[in-house]
Write a protein that binds this ligand. Sequence first.
Ligand SMILES: [Mg+2]
Length: 243
Amino acid sequence: MPNLSAQMSLPSDRILMQEAPDFRHIDTWIFDLDNTLYPADCELFAQIEERMTRYIADRLHLSTAEATRLRHTYYRTYGSTLCGLIAIHGVDPEPFLAHVHDVDLSILRPNDALNHAVGRLRGRRFVFTNGCRHHAWRVLNRLGLERSFDDIWDIRTVNFVPKPQVRAYEQVVAAAAIAPKGAAMFEDIACNLLPAHALGMTTVWIRNGVPTSDTDLQPNAITRHHINHEIDDLAEFLHAIRL
Ligand SMILES: [Mg+2]
């Protein structure tokens, strides 16, 4: 038999392995939830944004347009809408969290490719979200990922200090005894990777490409020196990396 691989100059598996992103030093895997573990174009997070706007409009007696502006302002200033509402208006976080996360998850389906890709990651795996744990559990259940993570860090467990405030990351690192140089963080909001990179983590930005998303509100001047990898498909990337 002729050596077809040699004739066609196909790259060998060994070369492909050498070119794959090297994550052999990683033993802690930290994933954002919304628009990271499921694609932004399913518009689940858009439901949450809409419910946040409605809550603000009702609570503060504002028009929808005014409430939307305030939501954006608090997101930019405090890292999360809720934290702005707590700081400025003394809003009780629990009714807010229950209301905004009471969304229809039927759009989400079990993601076997992602489930398999996450399953091959050695070490500990965490979800780190500015949302609430209950919402995270519901989402993970819909995706078939409910047994794939060691723990969920939500806005309560970081004492309502949201990403991208560095104190949020420091709390997670301390509580879980994480060595940042052995940790990788995956996020769709690029500025949320800044503190992770500063602490020494490997950072992966998932470009979600949804122009109406709050991710538009990231500072335009953001540089990319803090992003180690830019990707479009999380499952595909996790399948490709060297472990
Ligand atoms: Mg997100």
